[in-house]
Design a protein around this ligand. Structure first.
Ligand code: ZN
Ligand code: ZN
Length: 100
């Protein structure tokens, strides 16, 4: 998956924090590992790092599936996952975008 903090690099590091007695973990990239470890805002961590898998409201394809396969389910996926897909769009195959 793509790092939820910078949206640029592949999230390869697992980071686990303890908030209010509960462990929360998520994945971030190398560069953002220190950022994630030093976040003092619980809300930020929950929102950006441990957010549940997003799914396209049109075809139901999950973001994690797109990230794994580099294939979108439908054209709506581009709208649903615009931010997340941006770094991957060059690698995506199968559907042409009409963007410009
Ligand atoms: Zn990052
Ligand atoms: Zn879709």
């Amino acid at each position: 998956m793509i790092c939820p903090i910078c949206h640029k690099k592949e999230a390869t590091k697992i980071v686990t924090r303890k908030f209010s007695g509960a462990h929360v973990s998520g994945q971030v990239c190398d560069d953002c590992l220190n950022v994630a470890l030093n976040l003092d805002k619980e809300g930020f961590f929950y929102t950006f790092i441990s957010q549940p898998d997003k799914a396209c409201r049109n075809c139901g394809r999950k973001l994690s599936e797109i990230e794994n396969t580099l294939l979108v389910g439908c054209k709506m996926c581009y709208r649903e996952f615009g931010l997340e897909l941006k770094p991957m769009i060059n690698r995506l195959q199968g559907i042409n975008t009409d963007e410009n």
